[in-house]
Design a protein around this ligand. Structure first.
Ligand code: SF4
Length: 270
């Protein structure tokens, strides 16, 4: 997507057989600098306005000619994941405004149950997501502060104990103790041992979570390598044998450089 000032972000439609999610961006670039993320290598330019966030969804509906608004059951663009470029909770007021517009029954009317906001761990705004009623995904990616400090600079401001406390508060406030999705990118010899899996389970003790194990998408000059499939399966098995859901996410969009932060960077212009 390109805006009036020629700034660009990525917006990706992820189709399933009977529905699909639109992945929205909230900032041009990102200041969080997660070491495994290609967007993190692009400097932060600006926050998107609420209109620019909603506009991505409207443009996606234009692209798929989803007008007039279909009923909930027949929508192709049925879900929203706020997982594109940027840290959503560092642009919280605009994000909140955009979500209220997207959820409003007199407008687009996307159910709050079909919206997921993903954060790298900006803990102070996490409980407010429960007030909005949307689902929470946390880019966790490490079982200890020692590992997380190395790969996610946000951990210095919001270390794991602060993040987990915010997650507990979110869950207490949310309807029906909404499950939290813990995203976990698998990095060879960094966070993929069986001991890491054990530490991870201890970390989330007291929370209702499901894990999403993500194969690492490499790019030229990337500082990490992907874990082997064998290691990923062992890791998943360890979690699953302790009754955690831990699917290994099917890699989508790598073939067209539409994995996190890659689509726009492939086009190159900021
Ligand atoms: S993973 Fe998310 S928060 Fe981290 S650098 Fe990438 S876009 Fe920013």
């Amino acid at each position: 997507m390109e805006f009036h000032d020629e700034k660009q972000v990525e917006c990706v439609y992820i189709p399933e057989s009977d529905r699909g999610a639109v992945c929205l961006s909230t900032q041009v670039g990102c200041a969080q600098g997660c070491k495994f993320c290609h967007t993190g290598t692009q400097r932060m330019m600006r926050n998107l306005t609420a209109g620019e966030i909603v506009g991505q969804f409207m443009s996606a509906r234009d692209s798929y000619n989803e007008w007039p608004t279909p009923t909930d059951e027949t929508r192709m663009l049925s879900n929203i994941v706020v997982m594109g470029m940027g840290e959503p909770l560092c642009n919280f007021e605009n994000l909140k405004q955009a979500l209220l517009i997207l959820m409003n029954g007199d407008g687009i009317g996307i159910s709050k149950r079909r919206i997921t906001v993903s954060t790298s761990g900006v803990a102070n705004h996490i409980p407010e997501l429960a007030d909005l009623g949307v689902k929470l995904a946390v880019s966790l990616h490490a079982p200890t502060n020692e590992v997380r400090d190395k790969i996610m600079p946000v951990n210095r401001k919001f270390p794991l104990e602060v993040l987990m406390k915010a997650c507990k508060e979110y869950q207490q406030k949310s309807e029906r103790r909404q499950f939290i999705t813990m995203e976990y990118v698998m990095l060879k010899d960094i966070n993929d041992s069986e001991k890491d899996a054990e530490d991870l389970m201890k970390l989330v003790d007291g929370l209702e979570v499901k894990f999403n194990l993500i194969p690492f998408h490499s790019w030229e000059g990337a500082p990490f390598e992907a874990s082997s499939m064998n290691k990923m399966h062992k890791f998943a098995k360890k979690l699953e044998s302790n009754y955690f859901a831990a699917p290994i996410r099917r890699s989508r969009g790598e073939d067209i450089m539409a994995a996190c932060g890659q689509l726009k960077s492939a086009k190159g212009k900021m």
